[in-house]
Ligand binder design. Structure first.
Ligand code: NAG
Length: 219
């Protein structure tokens, strides 16, 4: 070991050491990570788009200003602003959606495995509820314009128009990609054999076949 280091050499060694210690934390401080949607999503989000190509347009999204098409069996439309539509949400633990509910419209029973949700009623009256996982207790309320309701992560919930005209709501989620599983689609919109659906739901054959027909399931 060389014990004869001169003062200038010692100083430069210290500076190099300080720079090495400082650089990892500097690299971790990142203001944002706009999603590069050409790459695959991961549990930690999408890889970041190069900062040099990011503009203010990556942080703005006009899609929720457009009414969804409610001419469908649920008489409702969900317009998402998840990371896939709005890459600026990547990694921020946030996303949104717009709910248009025509007269009689329903957002059927569903869950978001990765996020809690808050609903803001912008127009009309929306009846909303969720069901707890342990006691299966129902929390149900009719919400008027300006009111909000929160739906805890992973719990089954629903919304429907309980007013006399169209309703409009906006929802926010605690994930850039909350996930969505609609219970009826999981049961009746795939090829799970009818006899298995009947066995695991206790529904009768006619009801299962009818719902598979309406929702496009087979088997
Ligand atoms: C809404 O959806 C229905 C059914 O798919 C379609 O016939 C209609 O043209 C759509 N309306 C608009 C404005 O896109």
């Amino acid at each position: 070991m060389n014990t004869n280091l001169a003062m200038p050499q010692l100083l430069s060694l210290l500076l190099v050491a300080a720079a090495l210690l400082a650089s990892p934390s500097a690299a971790l401080v990142q203001d944002f990570c706009v999603a590069d949607l050409k790459s695959a999503d991961t549990p930690a989000g999408y890889p970041c788009k190069s900062v040099t190509t990011v503009t203010v347009e990556d942080f703005a999204f006009a899609g929720l200003g457009v009414p969804g098409n409610t001419t469908n069996i649920i008489k409702a439309a969900v317009t998402p602003a998840f990371v896939g539509q709005f890459p600026g949400f990547n990694g921020l633990g946030l996303s949104m959606a717009r709910l248009d509910l025509a007269l009689g419209g329903v957002i059927p029973l569903h869950t978001h495995p990765a996020a809690s949700e808050v609903l803001f009623v912008a127009q009309g009256t929306i009846c909303a509820g969720f069901i707890s996982s342990g006691a299966n207790k129902v929390y149900l309320k009719s919400l008027n314009r300006g009111e909000i309701m929160v739906f805890p992560q992973g719990l089954l919930h629903f919304q429907f128009n309980s007013g006399k005209g169209p309703a409009l709501g906006f929802v926010a989620f605690s994930s850039h990609n909350p996930g969505l599983q609609i219970t009826d689609f999981a049961l009746f919109a795939n090829d799970l054999p009818s006899e298995v659906v009947e066995k695991v739901t206790f529904l009768d054959d006619a009801q299962v076949k009818k719902l598979k027909g309406v929702l496009g399931g087979s088997g």
